[in-house]
Design a protein around this ligand. Structure first.
Ligand SMILES: Nc1ncnc2c1ncn2[C@@H]1O[C@H](COP(=O)(O)OP(=O)(O)OP(=O)(O)O)[C@@H](O)[C@H]1O
Length: 237
């Protein structure tokens, strides 16, 4: 599936009647790399979960490509091209790497598994290992590769680097960058490692208490240390 545009208009969302996301409007062009940043608890995970139809959309519109997906079930959104790698990685612990990957094939031939092994050679070495035997980094690679096998047009990544050693973060960011560079998929990256996210992204959306506090080019945010400090409470180099 080719990369798709994402349009979010006046989105309100949360859990049941509890409001977490308020009146949020933003877009990602087809093939764009959008980093979603914000301090802890500002609503980043809830935003991705709402885009997937997991959290409750209370108002506004979500459009993937030409399809308004407001009100659609998660499975239909996946069929329309959304690929979601949640923060908890969600792999099957008692299935092997190969079996986990097969679950992402969505009817494609088994030979397509090689795409995952080319992207992450470690997974090829571990193909007969069970999910529970993998390191945190390998689990993240597996979760990402399984989603990518479905050829998403919009990829939602929730803190893929959380809890991983710097060398593994390097490896994962290289793969994510490789994916994003071809423009074949629109990538939304939620990440706490601000520098890595800014290195990757074309544009940035910063959340504050469930609202869009700032959006613009990654380079613009990086060059304004005072703004980064105010929005995110951290420094950048
Ligand atoms: N299932 C839930 N039911 C009710 N409230 C929830 C639920 N999950 C999260 N929240 C609340 O929603 C708010 C936003 O949480 P969310 O996980 O979206 O933030 P976040 O920006 O992703 O944080 P972090 O960076 O810590 O992962 C928090 O106040 C959190 O307590």
């Amino acid at each position: 599936m080719p990369a798709a545009r994402l349009e979010v208009r006046n989105l309100c969302a949360g859990y049941g009647p509890t409001r977490i996301i308020s009146d949020m409007t933003f877009q990602a062009a087809a093939g764009e790399r959008l980093a979603i940043l914000g301090r802890n608890g500002m609503g980043k995970t809830t935003l991705l979960a709402t885009l997937m139809g997991i959290a409750t959309q209370q108002g506004g519109r979500i459009v993937f490509g030409d399809s308004d997906v407001t009100g659609l079930a998660t499975s239909l959104r996946a069929r329309l091209g959304a690929g979601y790698v949640p923060q908890n990685r969600d792999i099957f612990p008692s299935l092997t790497v190969e079996e986990n990957l097969s679950a992402g094939l969505k009817g494609r031939p088994r030979a397509a598994l090689d795409e995952a092994y080319v992207l992450f050679p470690r997974l090829a070495e571990r193909r007969r290992h069970f999910g529970l035997q993998l390191s945190g980094g390998e689990q993240q690679m597996l979760a990402m590769a399984r989603t990518l096998l479905g050829h998403p047009s919009i990829l939602l990544l929730d803190e893929p680097l959380e809890g991983l050693a710097p060398v593994i973060c390097d490896e994962l960011m290289e793969a994510i960058t490789q994916l994003g560079t071809g423009g074949h998929v629109t990538v939304l990256l939620v990440e706490q490692q601000i520098e890595r996210a800014l290195d990757f992204a074309d544009r940035v959306l910063v959340l504050e208490r469930g609202r869009a506090a700032w959006q613009g080019p990654a380079a613009g945010l990086r060059s304004d240390r005072a703004l980064v400090e105010r929005l995110l409470g951290v420094g950048v180099h």
